[in-house]
Design a protein around this ligand. Structure first.
Ligand code: URA
Length: 209
């Protein structure tokens, strides 16, 4: 069973409150999602391996550490996942970015891929799939499945708010994928919105309706 990390850092929880608030406008919403993504990236990279290096300080030789050769890929699920990318890149500027677009088939209700552009070496990379809202889990599970089919074997999922249903689906289909969230909410409503959630993350990020 994949592990769920609920990132309860006070700064993340504080900013999440304003993200949820319906009075928060597009500009501030975008900035807050960006900031929360940076803070979440700090937590998600906690386990990265280090290697020793020697440097000369102005005073003396020192044995220090740098991150050891783990290459990262950030994979936003279009469109709302885009809002989390820049915040992550602030901490991991050398990461490559791939994009996955999915739509829901009106008959089967299953996600169908309409766009995918990925780094050529995803099998060597630690991939962070981003989507602010893990609702039914259908899109996230399908995106991860597609990445694995193309050779990925090290995938983490980063969402801001999750519903229990979404977590369960990803855990069932991808027990190897660790899930990082700022909050797990109560449930989905009949329109598959997370309750209480924050509304439509894509619309709030991009100012659409
Ligand atoms: N996607 C959203 O943007 N919001 C939800 O509540 C669920 C899915």
């Amino acid at each position: 069973m994949s592990k769920v990390h609920i990132l309860d850092h006070p700064l993340i929880q504080h900013k999440l409150t304003y993200i949820r608030d319906k009075r928060t406008g597009t500009k501030e919403f975008r900035e807050l999602v960006d900031e929360v993504s940076t803070l979440m990236a700090y937590e998600i990279t906690r386990g990265m391996p280090l290697k020793e290096v020697k440097v000369e300080t102005p005073v003396a030789p020192a044995t220090c550490h740098v991150i050891s050769g783990k290459k990262v890929g950030v994979i936003p699920i279009l469109r709302a996942g885009l809002g989390m990318v820049d915040g992550i890149l602030k901490l991991i500027p050398a990461a490559k970015v791939g994009h996955i677009g999915l739509y829901r088939d009106p008959d089967t209700h299953e996600p169908v891929e309409y766009y995918a552009k990925l780094p050529s070496d995803i099998e060597e990379r630690e991939l962070i799939v981003t989507d602010p809202m893990l609702a039914t889990g259908g899109s996230a599970a399908a995106a991860i499945h597609m990445l694995k089919e193309k050779g990925a074997h090290n995938v983490k999922l980063m969402c801001i708010i999750a519903a229990p249903e979404g977590i369960e689906r990803v855990q069932k289909q991808h027990p190897d994928v660790e899930i990082f969230v700022a909050a797990v909410d109560e449930k989905l409503n009949e329109k598959c919105y997370i309750v209480p959630g924050l509304g439509d993350a894509g619309d709030r990020l991009f100012g659409t309706k």
